[in-house]
Design a protein around this ligand. Structure first.
Ligand code: UDP
Length: 358
C-alpha cells in the first residue's frame, strides 16, 4: 500500500510518549490522523507532552476523561465508532481505556487494529490495565511487541493476530531525550537536590492509591525513605491524599504537580534511585542506569528485575530501604531494542497492509 491512512488513538501521558516515537516515521510513510480521547486532560499531563515531544496537534479531541473505567471506555467506544471508518488501520498503544476503546471500535468496524506494546502481562486481573491489554491483544490484527517475553506471552495465549518483535518505542524517546535532560540543572535546583543524592518517586496505580489503608502504608513508606525524596503528584494521587487527609503525613517529601517530560527525565536520570508504581518509569530508570524500587508485587517489565536493576517490594518499607541500599549491578544489557522501534512499527505495518491481511 503506497500511503496508508492510519488513525492513531491516544489518551494519556505514557501514550503521548510512545506515539512520539512512531508519529514521525508514520507521517513519512503515509497519512496519520491523531485522536486524543481526553483521558488525561490536565495541561501538565497532556499539552506539555505534545509541545516537548513535537507531537502534531490532535485532529480530534474527544474530551472523554473522568468516570469509572467502564463508563469511560463505553463513552470513548461510542465516540470512536464514527472516526475509524475510512482508515486502513487503527493504531493503539499500551493498556489504557483509550487502547481498548480504539481497538474495539476498529474491530467492530472491520478496520485492522495494530497494537503497540502488545503481549505485556502482569498476570494480575485486578489491574484495569491488565484487562485492557489482554482484550486489546485478542482483537488486534497486528501485535507489535517490545520484548521476547511479550512474544512468548502471546504465543502461549494463542493470540490470533500477526506477532512481530519490534522493540520498545519508549527506548527511542529515551535515547533522544535522556542525554539532553541530563544537562538540565533547573529541575534539581527547584527541589534543592544534588545529583545522585536524592530519590525521585511516582505513584498513581489504582491498587495503591484508591484503598485508604494501602494509601496510608504507601505514604508512610515514602515519608520513611532515606534522603530527600521528590514526588511529582499524579492528579489521582493528589485527590486521594486530600480525600483521606493523609497528605501531611508525607512529612519532608518534596511535592510538586506532575512535571513535564524533560524536567521529570532530568530528575530521573540524575537520581540515586527511583521509587515508583509506574510501568514506563521502571523502564526509563533502567535505560538511565538508575536503580528502581517498584511498589507493586508484579511487573510487566520482568527483564529489569532479572537484570538486578529493579526490585519489586509491594509496600514493604524495609524491603524498599534494603533494595535502595544494595550495590548496583555491574551490567546493564540492552533489553528492549536499539532505539529504532518506531521505524520497525511502521515497516511492520506496511508489510502487513501490503500482504492484504487480515
Ligand atoms: N512522567 C512525566 N512527569 C511526571 C511523572 C512521569 O513526564 O511527573 C512520565 C514518565 O517519564 C513516563 C510516563 O510519564 O514516560 C509514565 O506515565 P505514568 O506513570 O502515568 O504511566 P504508566 O507508565 O504507569 O502507564
Amino acid at each position: 500500500m503506497s500511503s496508508p491512512r492510519v488513525l492513531t488513538v491516544v489518551g494519556n501521558r505514557p501514550q503521548f510518549v510512545k506515539a512520539a516515537a512512531v508519529s514521525g516515521p508514520l507521517r513519512q510513510a503515509g497519512h496519520e490522523t491523531l485522536v486524543h480521547t481526553g483521558q488525561h486532560y490536565d495541561p501538565e499531563l497532556s499539552r506539555v507532552f505534545f509541545e516537548e515531544l513535537g507531537l502534531a496537534r490532535p485532529d480530534h479531541w474527544l474530551g472523554l476523561g473522568g468516570g469509572t473505567n467502564t463508563a469511560q471506555t463505553a463513552r470513548q467506544l461510542a465516540a470512536l465508532e464514527s472516526l475509524v471508518a475510512g482508515h486502513d488501520t487503527v493504531l493503539v498503544y499500551g493498556d489504557t481505556n483509550s487502547t481498548l476503546a480504539g481497538g474495539l471500535a476498529a474491530a467492530q468496524a472491520r478496520v485492522p487494529v495494530a497494537h503497540v506494546e502488545a503481549g505485556m502481562r502482569s498476570f494480575d486481573r485486578a489491574m484495569p490495565e491488565e484487562l485492557n491489554r489482554v482484550l486489546t491483544d485478542h482483537l488486534a490484527d497486528l501485535l507489535l511487541c517490545p520484548s521476547a517475553t511479550a512474544v512468548d506471552n502471546l504465543r502461549r495465549e494463542h493470540a490470533a493476530g500477526r506477532v512481530e518483535l519490534v522493540g520498545d518505542v519508549m527506548v527511542d524517546v529515551a535515547a533522544l531525550v535522556q542525554p539532553r535532560a541530563r544537562e538540565r540543572d533547573a529541575p534539581l535546583e527547584r527541589f534543592g537536590v544534588c545529583p545522585r543524592r536524592y530519590l525521585v518517586a511516582t505513584v498513581h496505580r489504582a491498587g495503591n492509591v484508591d484503598d485508604p489503608r494501602r494509601l496510608a502504608r504507601l505514604v508512610d513508606l515514602l515519608a520513611g525513605l532515606p534522603g530527600p525524596v521528590v514526588l511529582p503528584l499524579h492528579p489521582r494521587t493528589a485527590r486521594r491524599l486530600e480525600e483521606t487527609g493523609l497528605r501531611p503525613r508525607l512529612g519532608d517529601v518534596r511535592l510538586a504537580p506532575p512535571l513535564g517530560y524533560l524536567d521529570f527525565t532530568a530528575l530521573l536520570c540524575r537520581a540515586r534511585g527511583v521509587v515508583t508504581d509506574s510501568g514506563g518509569v521502571q523502564k526509563e530508570a533502567y535505560l538511565a542506569g538508575v536503580p528502581c524500587v517498584t511498589l507493586r508485587d508484579t511487573t510487566e517489565w520482568v527483564e529489569t528485575v532479572q537484570a538486578g536493576w529493579n526490585t519489586l517490594v509491594d509496600l514493604d518499607a524495609v524491603a524498599a530501604a534494603r533494595a535502595l541500599a544494595a550495590a548496583r549491578p555491574a551490567e546493564r544489557p540492552p533489553l528492549y531494542g536499539d532505539g529504532r522501534a518506531g521505524e520497525r512499527v511502521v515497516a511492520a505495518l506496511r508489510t502487513f497492509l501490503d500482504s492484504g491481511a487480515p
